[in-house]
Structures are given as structure tokens and as C-alpha cells.
Design a protein around this ligand. Structure first.
Ligand code: GH3
Ligand code: MG
Ligand code: MG
Ligand code: MG
Length: 313
């Protein structure tokens, strides 16, 4: 395929952006009953770095969304069995694909049909035949937006850490990867001690400050490869990759001490806080994410029972 350099430069910009944020290549799902057409578009998008899946049978779309998890969906309008806009509505019906942009790519030139398609569930309407750079530009712009949105949606507003559902999903992926690589993995559940009384005594804004400070401490002290999530209000979940239990203890105990050494400024006086932590080590008997979370939770409970401000595993 020959095409001007511009789309390559555009896609390079996206690639650089994804690499900097340690994100895999953007994924595009192409649905078109015309195989020549979707093969041409697939090759074009693959050449500039996208990972592409093509589909000529619309009834397979839900399975494809599930298995391939595209960042962008490109839909033909005229399809056998059901139309592109109908397909778009089916996809939009599922909340977890809400941020996946839908681009129609169709030979339908009739303005009425275009408008109808757009009012159904589309974000863009492109007409075939399309200049390569126009297709790459549209898909690149939408893919970037989609990735930014997905990243922002998975971050907790107060701390910028991963949200509950996202840290759980990332934990599952980390466990699967550790198993494949035969690597070690530890999980830690942290909970700030007597936090209710921090709020009651010093106010909720001071409480928020404590949560933010702990999040910053975790970000500073842990490795790039570790995952940090805000599991609940004042509870944090850490996934320590390539980490043996002795090392996890050391890291957690250091964190515990650093946190206890911080001074906070309340409404009328300065104060300090402590945290408790429970550790779970991935082992043949405890290998599922729920089992690991439960074990870390039980150990956290024991740390609280034993007087707080301690780490138990
Ligand atoms: P323990 O040592 O047993 O953990 O006692 P605790 O008081 O920390 O435990 P509890 O779970 O009873 O209280 C947690 C409190 O955290 C209750 C809730 O109001 C507060 N909280 C949850 N999210 C936030 C938040 O975002 N900001 C503030 N300021 N407080 C929060
Ligand atoms: Mg068609
Ligand atoms: Mg709690
Ligand atoms: Mg607490």
C-alpha cells in the first residue's frame, strides 16, 4: 500500500504517547461485510501501528468487543442482517463500552442516512472511498481520546490512584502474568488507623489530606511495576510484582514507619496517623485474586486486633 507520510507521522505521535504511558498499541475493530474493503483498511491501519481485528458478520460483534476490547470501533452502515447504526446501538447499550468511539465508514452519501446514523450512536461519519490519511487521522484522534478517557475513568479523583474495580482487574492480570512467568507476587491491604476519629477531631478536609499524603507516599516508595489502588475510603490495595514475602514485609514496614512520621495540620492542632497492613503471598494454595484479597484482609484484621500500627502476613 502506498500512501503519503502524513498518516505515519500522526500514528507515530500516538505511538509515542502510548509508549510514554506504557500502554499497548491502540486496538481497532473493523466491521464491514465487504472483505476486500476491510482487508485494505486493516492493512493500512496495521502499517501505521494499530492492532486491528476485522469482522464481516455483525452478529459476532458482542463476542468481539468482549474478547478484543477495542479502543475504537469502525462500522460499515450497510450490513447483512442488521445495519451499522443498529449495531452501534447494541454496543452503546453496554455501559462498559460507553467510552469506545464509533466511526461509521460507509459509501452511503445520502445526507439523511448519515444524519440518522449519527443520531443513533455514532461519533464520526466517514465516506468510502476514503483517503488513507483521512482514515488514519480519524482513527488516531479517536483512539487517543478513548485511551485518555479510559485512563481518567479508572483513576480515583482524590488520589489519582486506580479505583476499586480497576485495581481488581489489574490484580487478576498481574496474577495470570506472574503464573506464566513463574514469578512471585505479593498483595498488601492497608487501612489507616482510627480514621473516623481523625475526621471527627480534625475535620474531613484534614482527613482528605491524610489520604492524599498516604497515596503520595505509596507512589514515591513503590516501584513502577507495582500497582496501587484506592480500594475503599481509607483502604489501599498494593500489588507488588516480582516480590518475595520477606521483601514485601520490609517494604510495608518502611511505609508504615514513614507514614507514622508524617505530621498533619488539623483545624486547631497538628496531629499524626498510623496505618495497619495485611500481606498475602501468592502460593499454590492461594492463587486466585479473591483468595489473595481475603487473606490480606484477614491479616489486616489481625493487625488491627493486635493493636494497630503494624504489618502482619
Ligand atoms: P480502624 O482503625 O479500625 O480502621 O478504624 P477507622 O475509624 O479507621 O475505621 P472505619 O472504617 O470505622 O472508618 C473509616 C472512616 O473513613 C469512615 C469514613 O467517614 C472515612 N472516610 C472514607 N472515605 C473518606 C474520604 O474520602 N475522606 C475522608 N475525610 N474520610 C473518609
Ligand atoms: Mg456493506
Ligand atoms: Mg477501613
Ligand atoms: Mg481504618
Amino acid at each position: 500500500i502506498s500512501h503519503p507520510l502524513d498518516p505515519i507521522r500522526l500514528a507515530d505521535m500516538l505511538e509515542t504517547h502510548l509508549r510514554r504511558h506504557r500502554l499497548p498499541p491502540a486496538r481497532v475493530l473493523l466491521v464491514d461485510d465487504d472483505e476486500m474493503m476491510h482487508t485494505y483498511h486493516r492493512l493500512l491501519l496495521e502499517e501505521v501501528g494499530f492492532t486491528v481485528m476485522t469482522l464481516s458478520r455483525p452478529e459476532e460483534i458482542l463476542e468481539a468487543m468482549e474478547g478484543f476490547a477495542p479502543d475504537v470501533l469502525v462500522l460499515d452502515v450497510h450490513l447483512p442482517q442488521c445495519s451499522g447504526p443498529e449495531l452501534a446501538q447494541i454496543v452503546r447499550y453496554h455501559p462498559r463500552w460507553l467510552q469506545v468511539p464509533i466511526i461509521y465508514l460507509s459509501a452511503a452519501l445520502d445526507a439523511g442516512a448519515q444524519l440518522e446514523a449519527m443520531t443513533k450512536a455514532g461519533d464520526d461519519f466517514l465516506t468510502k472511498p476514503i483517503a488513507p490519511e483521512a482514515l488514519v487521522a480519524a482513527v488516531t484522534a479517536r483512539a487517543r481520546r478513548s485511551r485518555e478517557l479510559a485512563a481518567a475513568l479508572s483513576r480515583d479523583g482524590l488520589t489519582g490512584l486506580l479505583k476499586h474495580a480497576d485495581i481488581k482487574a489489574r490484580l487478576q492480570a498481574a496474577i495470570a502474568q506472574a503464573r506464566r512467568r513463574d514469578a512471585s507476587l505479593c498483595l498488601a491491604m492497608l487501612d489507616i488507623d482510627h480514621f473516623k476519629s481523625v475526621n471527627d477531631t480534625h475535620g474531613h478536609l484534614a482527613g482528605d489530606e491524610v489520604i492524599r499524603a498516604l497515596a503520595n507516599l505509596l507512589r514515591r516508595r513503590l516501584r513502577e511495576s507495582d500497582l496501587i489502588g484506592r480500594y475503599g475510603g481509607e483502604e489501599f490495595l498494593l500489588v507488588l510484582n516480582d516480590c518475595e514475602s520477606a521483601q514485601a514485609f520490609r517494604v510495608l514496614d518502611e511505609l508504615r514507619e514513614s507514614f507514622a512520621a508524617l505530621t498533619f495540620h488539623g483545624d486547631d492542632r497538628d496531629f499524626q496517623c498510623t496505618l495497619s497492613a495485611g500481606i498475602a503471598v501468592m502460593a499454590p494454595g492461594v492463587a486466585g485474586s479473591d483468595a489473595l484479597i481475603n487473606l490480606a484482609d484477614q491479616n489486616l484484621y489481625r493487625a488491627k486486633q493486635a493493636g494497630r500500627n503494624r504489618v502482619i502476613g
